[in-house]
Ligand binder design. Sequence first.
Ligand SMILES: NC(=O)c1ccc[n+]([C@@H]2O[C@H](COP(=O)([O-])OP(=O)(O)OC[C@H]3O[C@@H](n4cnc5c(N)ncnc54)[C@H](OP(=O)(O)O)[C@@H]3O)[C@@H](O)[C@H]2O)c1
Length: 262
Amino acid sequence: MDFGLKGKVALVTGGSRGVGCAIAQALLDEGADVMITARDPQRLAATRDRLTCCGTAEVHAVAADLEDDDAVRAMVQATIEQFGHFDILVNAAGSVNPADFASLTEAAWPALFEQKLNGYVRCLRHAIPHLKTRGWGRIINLAGVGGREAGAITIPVGLNNAAVLNLTKSIALLMAPYNVLVNAVVPHIIDTDRQDETMRLLAELTGKPEATIREERLKKLPLGRMGRAEEVASVVAFLASERASFVVGAAWHVDGGAYHGI
Ligand SMILES: NC(=O)c1ccc[n+]([C@@H]2O[C@H](COP(=O)([O-])OP(=O)(O)OC[C@H]3O[C@@H](n4cnc5c(N)ncnc54)[C@H](OP(=O)(O)O)[C@@H]3O)[C@@H](O)[C@H]2O)c1
């Protein structure tokens, strides 16, 4: 199936590792040009050099901290300067740590949303005026099953991801008249460095050994294994493609059956 992505340009946040990096590779494999972005410039450059380009597709990198609004504006501008335009925004940067509710003081509370939601909002604010002018576009927001399933020690994860899901639907309605299709992808327990860090933090918070946490989390997965970043990336590439031309405001689970809701 031809995804119709040749000649399209994608900006992928969080593209230096994990799911974002796999998404960058999937889009390059389909012939799209890709700009990857993250904070650490060394890791970003190493990833850019490792990604393989198919045909005439190109990959470039620009470092930006999504907590800094000026840096996000500059990142969007750098993408337009590099490629002349862009058509696809993938929001995949940032992951939220589990936390004990009692430890979330008045001062700590607003910072929770800097771990994920606020960066997505900044990228949308700066990308949308450009995407509106193109007549064809895609936005894919990486959410997480935590946004649909509450957990006593995953409150920050739940709130950020629930907000991303709600935001996705609203922006989908806003952008559909411009033929910019906006959707969310909802992964769960994907084998990335971040997942290892989550397991470690959950062990710390619950006082259980990390091996027990890992076992409990894997039991939740009917497939009996963690997901691979590439498995999330294929769904993102489909949603970014011409083939998904009537999919608007959806939330596609890539969770190995972990979410039991309808
Ligand atoms: N892995 C899972 O099991 C899982 C499950 C559910 C949902 N998700 C979602 O899927 C997405 C990707 O997850 P992942 O596991 O691949 O995460 P990851 O391995 O932690 O990668 C995060 C990426 O975002 C970048 N980043 C983080 N904070 C940033 C900031 N403030 N500004 C700019 N870049 C930033 C990181 O690079 P730098 O550190 O260099 O900035 C890195 O490239 C996230 O939205 C996550 O919530 C993942």
